[in-house]
Write a protein that binds this ligand. Structure first.
Ligand SMILES: C[S@@+](CC[C@H](N)C(=O)[O-])C[C@H]1O[C@@H](n2cnc3c(N)ncnc32)[C@H](O)[C@@H]1O
Length: 292
């Protein structure tokens, strides 16, 4: 297996195992994650009648928001690698008419029926394909000429210290974790260096590419055990946490809560600082990429 093929297999396994945590905390994640995608949603300005694609949509909260913004007359399509995420998204939003979810790797996104799209949105997923140039080239091909892309991704670990805190606090109390990404491996910090997404999007054929830093705050209620559990379950320790005994899980929650304590404001709740890139780009009006 090539390095890229192995990374693809790891990604599929990781996100399929992570899905139960995302599904269990779906409503919480919709609220908790909102500030992470707000800048992309604002820049994109999805308008009634438009066709929009949500790349790496998870359990579908942002796709549903896109569907509301493009109604009437428009459609939102969410794609995700993990079948359980897509199944959950379909169930959660079964009554929304102008919304569709498909299982699809970002690298194969131009195979999704419904192209061309006016706009592509992505929250915390653009850095995850095994071959990000192939992923971004596929996104370009499924946009109409002049179509726009807006995505947010994490900057580096230091700008998002709560991610490591939840993992480190839990890790000692549960079974083995999946291998953590190294260097440019797909993972939360694969686009930490802004030069990388700039280079990738340019190679894929985008123009008017911009990568801007944004600092946001993620609020959570003052419930240490619940906050620790949700952050553990959507992270790399999630599968090991679910497989652990009740006693191990309680210790993992306490361990994570201890390291998350610095982000708790007594009487107010948690306020997690998040450092992200807002990545925006457009497909050239005339480009060499084959239309679909
Ligand atoms: C960090 S989660 C973000 C989910 C959602 N966008 C949100 O903000 O709540 C990343 C999502 O991307 C999906 N994903 C990872 N690699 C992918 C790939 N190569 N193609 C499509 N989706 C992928 C995962 O299954 C997961 O649902």
């Amino acid at each position: 297996m090539t390095g890229t093929a192995a990374a693809r297999a790891r990604g599929l396994e990781f996100w399929t195992q992570a899905a139960p945590g995302w599904i269990r905390h779906a409503d919480h994640q919709d609220e908790f994650g909102r500030p992470l995608g707000a800048a992309a949603m604002t820049w994109l300005r999805p308008a009634p009648g438009e066709r929009v694609l949500d790349v790496g949509c998870g359990v579908g909260g942002t796709t549903a928001e896109l569907a509301a913004r493009v109604a009437p007359g428009g459609e939102a399509v969410g794609i995700d690698l993990a079948q359980p995420m897509v199944d959950a998204a379909r169930t959660r939003f079964a009554t929304v008419a102008n919304l569709r979810f498909e299982v699809c790797d970002i690298e194969m996104v131009d195979a999704v029926p419904g192209a061309p799209f006016d706009a592509v949105f992505s929250r915390m997923a653009l850095m995850l394909p095994a071959d990000p140039v192939a992923g971004c080239a596929g996104i370009l091909r499924c946009l109409r000429p002049g179509g726009r892309l807006a995505a947010t991704v994490f900057r580096d670990s230091a700008a998002n210290p709560w991610l490591a805190a939840a993992l480190l606090g839990a890790a000692a109390h549960v079974g083995p974790l999946p291998a953590l990404p190294v260097g440019d491996d797909p993972g939360p910090f694969a686009f930490a260096d802004a030069a990388r997404p700039l280079r990738i999007l340019a190679t894929a054929g985008f123009e008017q590419i911009s990568v801007q830093a944004r600092d946001v705050t993620l609020p959570a209620p003052e419930d240490p055990a619940a906050v620790a559990e949700s952050l553990i379950e959507v992270g790399p320790a999630g599968a090991a946490y679910r497989a652990a005994s009740a006693d191990e899980r309680a210790r993992a929650r306490r361990g994570a809560a201890r390291l998350l304590e610095r982000f708790r404001e007594p009487g107010t709740g948690y306020r997690f600082p998040a450092g992200i890139w807002l990545i925006t780009a457009t497909r050239p009006i005339s480009s060499a990429a084959g239309d679909i």
